[in-house]
Design a protein around this ligand. Structure first.
Ligand SMILES: *Cc1c(COP(=O)(O)O)cnc(C)c1O
Length: 368
């Protein structure tokens, strides 16, 4: 039986082994492991890729989110609007700044924040909005940005799943005041360990994040404010600088696999992803919806197909947030999504035969 994993990092490494091994060897030969030219070079290349004025390399996507919020002076007494249908890091970063995440329901077509509901959730304490570009598709940014401008709010994109995604011709990472990326190994641009970045066009904000990530330093032993040890390291920067030259072709391969799945699953009783007009979806995940999700997951798992659920428990139902009194919130679209989403395998190196095999196995389940 053919087995198809949810992601296959080995296939990617095999395709670029020589380039990666030489990049790592270069860092070892230079023994410059912290910041330095490798990190500065990656920051410049990544900022150019996104189309932002600057980028700051971070130790993880979570650190990127937390320090971006802190740089906007988000803190105790503030509320920050975000989605509960996301990875917990989005909300953790808000909580660790001392602010309160306010979860707003999603648009069921895109799984991203519903701008109309965001407006209803604003209070005098609202300080920022953190839209997540979930699964690789941009949130509906125009109404969110308009609202933020009107109310004087910060907009910090969680672009951890959206490397190269576009909204009305602009890349995610340039839309809000700041944007946060993760280079966790399985992300569309993945390091060989933890890594992340903040991008933006406001050089003063980026300079503050640059200080915060490195112990608030303005000189070797001069610390201007209480900071963190959340730097991107040189080995990860070298890996990322190598991999970013392949990112566009990898993204096109993901998009081709998604188009193939869309066609092959058209007559199944599932909802396939809805790329909105004006968006470029980068398919970090290919997520379908079905009321028979758990049965289909078992059908696929039994046949050695690596399907997954992103995410099975909305954040306001997580023990960590239940303890903070989030039990009574009502987010019907979020709760429905947690029950019916299913991620099918997608990664650039997937073969057409593998896409066909996964689709055939899904079709077999629905007897079409
Ligand atoms: C991966 C991810 C993060 C966290 O990134 P790390 O690099 O793992 O810290 C944050 N938000 C979303 C939506 C993610 O997918």
């Amino acid at each position: 039986m053919i087995s198809v994993p949810l992601v296959d990092l080995k296939a990617q490494y095999a395709a670029i082994k020589f380039e990666i091994d030489s990049a790592i060897q270069r860092v070892l030969d230079n023994t410059g492991f912290i910041l330095g030219p490798e990190v500065a070079n990656f920051e410049a290349v990544f900022a150019a890729y996104v189309g932002a004025k600057g980028a700051v390399g971070m130790a993880s996507g979570t650190a990127a989110l937390q320090l971006a919020l802190l740089a906007c002076d988000v803190g105790p007494g503030d509320e920050v609007i975000t989605s509960a249908h996301t990875f917990i890091a989005t909300a953790e970063a808000i909580s660790w700044c001392g602010a309160r995440p306010v979860f707003v329901d999603i648009d069921p077509r895109t799984f991203n924040l519903d701008p109309n509901k965001v407006e209803d959730a604003l209070t005098s304490r609202t300080k920022a909005i953190v839209p997540v570009h979930l699964y690789g598709q941009s949130a509906d940014m125009a109404p969110l940005l308009e609202l933020a401008r009107r109310k004087g709010l910060w907009v910090i994109e969680d672009a951890a799943q959206a490397h190269g995604a576009e909204y009305q011709g602009h890349r995610c990472g340039t839309l809000g005041h700041l944007a946060c990326f993760s280079f966790y190994p399985g992300k569309n641009l993945g390091a060989y360990g933890d890594a992340g970045a903040v991008t933006g066009n406001d050089m003063a904000l980026l300079a503050r994040i640059r200080r915060l990530r490195d112990h608030g330093r303005t000189g070797k032993y001069i610390h201007d404010e209480i900071g963190f040890g959340e730097r991107l390291d040189a080995l990860q920067a070298a890996v990322l600088s190598t991999k970013i030259s392949h990112l566009e072709s990898w993204t096109e391969q993901r998009r081709a696999h998604a188009r193939e799945y869309n066609e092959l699953l058209a007559d199944c009783d599932v909802v396939t992803p809805a790329e909105q007009p004006g968006n470029r979806h980068v398919y970090h995940l290919y997520v379908i919806r079905t009321l028979r999700r758990d049965e289909l997951l078992k059908h696929l798992t039994d046949r050695r197909i690596g399907a997954g659920i992103h995410y099975p428990t909305p954040l306001h139902r997580q023990p960590a947030y239940l303890k903070l009194g989030y039990g009574n919130i009502n987010l019907p679209n979020t709760e429905q999504a947690a029950k019916d989403v299913l991620s099918l395998p997608i990664y650039p190196e997937m073969t057409l035969a593998q896409v066909n095999h996964v689709a055939k196995t899904v079709r077999e389940f629905f007897k079409v």
